[in-house]
Design a protein. Structure first.
Length: 160
């Protein structure tokens, strides 16, 4: 399994996920840069994603929804803040209504993904910062840690 560590710091409002992939950084970055590939790795297998709009460029936006086992839909968005392909990208990730209007009753957070290649493998660190400890606790209670692990653990199979 690619995920090697998940830690969170409530005081700092952060969750950090570390993973190792059996592929070069460019291949891992390309999964996020292509909407059809992103659908294969964004969201746990039980909640597959459908990407509606996709622009992994600074100032760009990604909109998506995940479909649950009973057919329920959960909407979200990324506001892309920075991209340094294939080394890193930063985006604000938030929950949304069905028309992709941000749902301000749930916390949005800034995530930075740093991809470091060595010997054809990629070491990835995903650091997500929530504005408050309460916001982080809210998403932890919703299962963000388990969902992120199962999503990221799909990457090697998709790249395989």
């Amino acid at each position: 399994m690619p995920v090697t560590d998940i830690s969170h710091d409530l005081e700092a409002g952060t969750i950090t996920i570390t993973a190792e992939f059996a592929a070069p950084a460019q291949a891992v970055f390309d999964l996020y840069a292509d909407p059809r590939s992103l659908e294969r790795i964004w969201g746990p297998p039980e909640f597959p994603a459908t990407v509606v709009d996709h622009s992994l460029t600074p100032g760009g936006k990604v909109t998506y929804f995940m479909t649950g086992p009973e057919g329920e839909k959960f909407y979200g968005y990324w506001e892309v803040l920075e991209v340094d392909a294939p080394r890193s990208f930063t985006y604000r990730d938030g929950f949304a209504d069905a028309d992709f209007t941000p749902d301000t009753s749930l916390p949005a957070a800034d995530t930075t993904a740093v991809l470091t290649e060595q010997d054809g493998r990629t070491h990835a660190v995903y650091t997500t910062v929530y504005p408050t400890a309460e916001g982080l606790q809210q998403v932890l209670n919703m299962g963000v840690e388990e969902g992120a692990r199962s999503s990221i653990d799909q990457i090697d199979d998709v790249l395989g």
